[in-house]
Structures are given as C-alpha cells and as structure tokens.
Write a protein that binds this ligand. Structure first.
Ligand SMILES: C[S@@+](CC[C@H](N)C(=O)[O-])C[C@H]1O[C@@H](n2cnc3c(N)ncnc32)[C@H](O)[C@@H]1O
Length: 224
C-alpha cells in the first residue's frame, strides 16, 4: 500500500544556507527538493526516485500490479518504478526495464540501456522478455527545452512509441500506462486506446506535482 508521505508545509521549511553561484532556477529546484515530503519518503524507503510514489499511488487506485506478472518499464532510470514493480510481481514475475541513460542494476529486474525510439532497442527488450507482457509502463520523458509546444510534441511522440510497442507485446487482458501531458492524449491516440482496450482513464496521481502538466493515461483490458 502506498502510505502517504507527510504533508509539506508542516514544521520549518529547509532554506538553502548559501545561494552563491546558483542560478535562480537551480536554487528554486534545490529548495523544492529539500522541502518535498516525497523526496524525503523515497530516501527513507530506499526508493531511487520520488516518481516511485506515482506508480504506487496509481497501483493502489487501479490495481495494476499483481504477483507473477511480466512487466516492461520504459524510461526506467533511475529505477524507482522498477523497484516498485519488482517487489509487486515477486519471484514468479519478471520485470524488464530500459532507459536511454545508464541505470544501476535493480535486483530481480533485467535492466537494458537503449534509445527506445530505435528499432534495435525495442528488439532487445522483446528478446529479454520470456513471453507476452501483462503490463507495459512508460514514464519516458525527454529533457525539456522550455518551448512548450516542442516539449509537448516530444513527450507525446514517446507515448505513441510506447503504445505501439504495447499493442505488439501485450497479452490479452494486459494493461498500459504512460506519461502524457495535460489535455490528455491526442484524439488519434485516444481512438486507438479505446479501440484496443476495454477501459481508458487519465490519472494525475497526488505525487505528480500540481504545477506540472504531466499526467498518465492508463488503459486496461487489452483486447489482443
Ligand atoms: C521521469 S524519468 C523516469 C523515472 C522513473 N520512472 C523512476 O521512477 O525512476 C524519464 C526517463 O525517460 C528516459 N527517456 C527519455 N527518452 C528516452 C528514450 N528515447 N528511450 C529510453 N528512455 C528515454 C529518460 O532518460 C529518463 O530517465
């Protein structure tokens, strides 16, 4: 169960002792990190990212992860979602994780490095799986450029690649969850999801920062 980390704002906020030499943006980022209850809770629980709570919260609500499942985790670094998935599927399950960046091993998972926009990365992922997947997760996000429409296009392109992959590797009844941007999925992608899955939802887990346009599309009941 995803126990809630303590609410922010209780007690004294941590202030940076020195702001010398830091840009305003990085100073703001660091101050936010230091005061973020999810960052603290992740550290306490040995989770590699605050993002791990997004998956824990979505799982708590939608029961996505079950023992014995085969899970693919796209855009997995530094590995918070992978850790959550490995624990949930247990020894009978399998987790294959891939990121364009190098990622430290997660015991119990197969960790690959590759650009998932490349065919060969997808082929290596399929080769590492022992069969059809029960759940395809994608938290893939490109580095933001600050140019809103460019960032939007790039993140949605990654979600579409993840969906394309999911439709090829999911077992009937399987599920797909991917990061998208607010406003939800584009009409074309939504039409594909509604055709191929019995239920499609948009979810903004509490751990997803309110000032971020990020949200997740969660599709269950793959028709195969
Ligand atoms: C928000 S982070 C994922 C955090 C992760 N879910 C966790 O809990 O630790 C997004 C990741 O997507 C990865 N990514 C971006 N573009 C990618 C691509 N083309 N192929 C594979 N990974 C990609 C980034 O390198 C980054 O590590």
């Amino acid at each position: 169960m995803a126990k809630k980390p303590p609410a922010a704002g209780r007690g004294m906020a941590t202030r940076l002792r020195t702001a010398e030499g830091r840009s305003t943006a990085s100073q703001r980022w660091l101050t936010r990190q230091l005061n973020d209850p999810y960052v603290k809770a992740a550290r306490e629980r040995g989770l590699r990212s605050r993002a791990a709570f997004k998956l824990l919260e979505m799982d708590e609500r939608l029961k996505l992860l079950k023992p014995g499942m085969r899970v693919v985790d796209l855009g997995a670094a530094p590995g918070g979602w992978t850790q959550v998935a490995v624990k949930a599927v247990g020894a009978r399950g399998q987790v294959v994780a891939i990121d364009i960046l190098p990622m430290d091993p997660v015991p119990g998972a197969t960790v690959l490095q590759g650009d998932f926009q490349e065919q060969e990365a997808e082929e290596r992922t399929i080769a590492a799986m022992g069969g059809k997947a029960d759940l395809v997760l994608s938290d893939m996000a490109p580095n933001t450029t600050g140019h809103t429409s460019t960032d939007h296009l790039r993140i949605m392109a990654l979600a579409e690649i993840a969906l394309d992959f999911a439709r090829r590797v999911l077992a009937p009844g399987g599920a797909f969850a991917a990061k998208v941007l607010q406003g939800g999925t584009e009409a074309e992608m939504l039409a594909v999801l509604k055709r191929d899955f019995t239920t499609v939802r948009h979810v903004k887990p509490p751990a997803s920062r309110k000032d971020s346009a990020e949200m997740y599309v969660v599709a269950t009941g793959f028709r195969g």
